[in-house]
Structures are given as structure tokens and as C-alpha cells.
Design a protein around this ligand. Structure first.
Ligand SMILES: NC(=O)c1ccc[n+]([C@@H]2O[C@H](COP(=O)([O-])OP(=O)(O)OC[C@H]3O[C@@H](n4cnc5c(N)ncnc54)[C@H](OP(=O)(O)O)[C@@H]3O)[C@@H](O)[C@H]2O)c1
Length: 287
């Protein structure tokens, strides 16, 4: 068993490259190897191993095979955390995410599987293993609030309602996916102004999930549960866009939610670079 009571155990999913990799690198730099154990989540062991070597094979980083599109893989990873790392975690950073180009039901199913359903499942399964004062950080995107800004007022109310339940949120997600098949998104109130609507709505759903998790779970163990946007970063997801900021800066946005004291953050809130943002994008009025 590697973890002891004094150690802080942090899981970062999708950490073999991009923003997740830099989150691990920064956690490593700011921690002492005696008191922090980092589980570097990677769906592919070889890619995880390569990332581990790039970090200099530190003794307090361990690769955890975790494919967020597979329930079996999630269950296996949970067993591994129990068996190898004492079954206790302090911080879970749900960073793994996908953005597919196709606008099809299949693409929507795949996107929501990784960006929404698997995070919901992983968090539910890990809840009993997260220690008092622990944190769950769901990595989201401002595209979620932007898509809600472009959606009907009814949808905006539903996604941001303080009484929304997981069952109702799942239904919103399923209705969205079904409407892609029947080409009825407009009737439901979604306005397809962006070509990444599926990804955007998966992140709007993740923000809504974060609010529900915070409402339902935060009090029992004094947990902090927030969503964070890393901002537009140059990674494989964005084809390393030349006008984007570096993934290191994106990682800082996530690290802010790791390091800021709990009473300075709003449970269930959505943050970027330490600033809380609205769940529905608010454009700056033109003068
Ligand atoms: N880049 C941006 O501008 C931006 C903006 C807002 C939000 N975000 C969010 O930030 C997070 C990280 O994005 P990124 O830009 O670093 O993307 P990235 O470079 O494409 O990295 C994504 C990471 O997620 C992993 N991943 C993909 N599917 C997975 C699965 N089924 N199971 C486990 N891991 C999986 C990838 O692993 P493989 O190497 O195996 O594919 C990779 O490690 C995502 O949640 C993204 O939505 C990014």
C-alpha cells in the first residue's frame, strides 16, 4: 500500500498529454515527493509510460490505466486505487475530454460518454473514497455557457436550475442526443450556431452536473466540487492553434482550484483563471 494518512493522493484523468500532462507536471513541481502521490490517468499504458518518462520517472507518480469511454476500465481503475493506493483520494481532476468533428448521433454518444456520463460514474464511485476536505475538479469549457447563451430561455433555466436532479439532467442530455437524430434541435431550443455544439452541450451538462454534485455531496465530508475552464489552449484538441495560449497556462487555471482555500471558492461554481464565471455566457455590452 503506497498511500499513508499524511499523503495527499491526486488523480488526474487524461494526463498523458495536453493540459492534463501539465497539471501533473505542476503538481509535481509544487509538491514534495514525501507527501503527494499523483495517479497519472491514461487510457493507453504506453502513452502513460511515455508521459511518466518525460516527467523524469518520479517515484510519487503512478500510471493508472483509465479509459473514460469504458465502464469496465473505470471499474478496474477503481479496484486498482483500492488495492494499490489504499482506497483513499484527496483530489480528483476530471480532465480527460474529447471534441469530435462529426455532427452525428454516434459522435454525440461518444462525446457524452467521455465528457459527461463517465465523469458522473467515476465521481459516484469515488465519492466514498474521497477524504474529508477533498476536492473534485471537473474540467469544462466556456463553450458550454456560450452554447447556453445561444439556446432558449427555457433550456437556460433547466440547465442552471438550483433544483435540477441528475435524472432530469440525464433526460436533457438524452433529449439533446435524440434531437440530433430527428433533426429537431431547434424545436427543443438549441440554436446550432457553432460547429462544436455537441462538445459545447456536453460541457454545459458537466457544469450542471458539478452544481448538482456540490449540492448533494459537499456537506457530508466538506468537499469542494467545482468546474474549471482552462481557456483556449494550444493542444491536440485545438490542432495546436497558433492564437491559443499555452497548455501550461491552462493547467494554472486548474491548479487555482486545487490550491485556493475552500472558503474563497463557491461550491459548484465554474471558474477560469481563478475568476468565477456565469453558467450562461454574458457578452460585454457594446458601447
Ligand atoms: N484545449 C483547449 O482549448 C480547451 C479549452 C477548454 C476546455 N478544454 C478541456 O480540457 C481538457 C483537456 O483538453 P486538452 O486540450 O489537453 O486535450 P488533448 O490534448 O486532446 O488531451 C486530452 C486528453 O484526454 C485523453 N482522453 C481522450 N479520450 C479519453 C478516454 N476515453 N479516456 C481517457 N482519456 C481520454 C487523451 O488521451 P489520448 O492521448 O489517449 O487521446 C488526452 O490525454 C478536456 O476536458 C477539454 O475539453 C480544453
Amino acid at each position: 500500500m503506497l498511500a499513508t494518512k499524511q499523503q495527499c493522493v491526486i488523480l488526474v484523468t487524461g494526463a498523458n498529454k495536453g493540459i492534463g500532462f501539465h497539471v501533473v507536471k505542476k503538481l509535481l513541481n509544487e509538491s514534495s515527493s514525501n507527501n503527494t502521490v499523483i495517479l497519472l490517468g491514461s487510457r493507453d499504458l504506453k502513452r502513460g509510460q511515455d508521459a511518466f518518462e518525460q516527467l523524469g520517472s518520479p517515484s510519487n507518480v503512478h500510471i493508472l490505466q483509465l479509459d473514460m469511454s469504458s465502464i469496465e476500465s473505470i471499474n478496474q481503475a477503481i479496484n486498482e486505487i483500492k488495492e494499490k493506493y489504499g482506497g483513499q483520494l484527496d483530489i480528483v481532476i476530471n480532465n480527460a475530454g474529447i471534441l469530435l468533428k462529426d455532427f452525428t448521433v454516434d459522435a454525440a454518444r461518444k462525446t457524452f460518454a467521455v465528457n459527461y456520463y463517465s465523469i458522473k460514474l467515476l465521481n459516484e464511485q469515488l465519492l466514498s473514497m474521497i477524504r474529508k476536505n477533498g476536492r473534485i475538479i471537473n474540467v469544462s469549457s466556456q463553450l458550454g455557457p456560450i452554447a447556453l447563451h445561444e439556446s432558449s430561455a427555457i433550456l437556460q433555466d433547466k440547465y442552471t436550475s438550483s433544483t435540477l436532479t441528475i435524472k432530469e439532467l440525464d433526460q436533457l442530455v438524452e433529449d439533446f442526443i435524440a434531437a440530433i437524430e430527428t433533426n429537431t434541435l431547434k424545436d427543443l431550443g438549441y440554436h446550432n450556431k457553432t460547429n462544436s455544439l455537441i462538445y459545447s452541450i456536453s460541457k454545459a451538462a458537466l457544469n450542471a452536473l458539478t452544481q448538482i454534485e456540490a449540492r448533494e455531496w459537499s456537506t457530508s465530508k466538506n468537499l469542494l466540487i467545482v468546474s474549471v475552464s482552462p481557456g483556449f489552449c494550444a493542444t491536440d484538441m485545438t490542432q495546436n492553434a497558433s492564437n491559443a495560449r499555452s497548455p501550461e497556462i491552462g493547467a494554472d487555471s486548474i491548479l487555482h482550484a486545487v490550491n485556493t482555500s475552500q472558503n474563497e471558492l463557491q461550491n459548484g461554481g465554474f471558474y477560469r483563471d481563478g475568476t468565477q464565471l456565469s453558467l450562461i455566457f454574458e457578452p460585454i455590452p457594446s458601447s
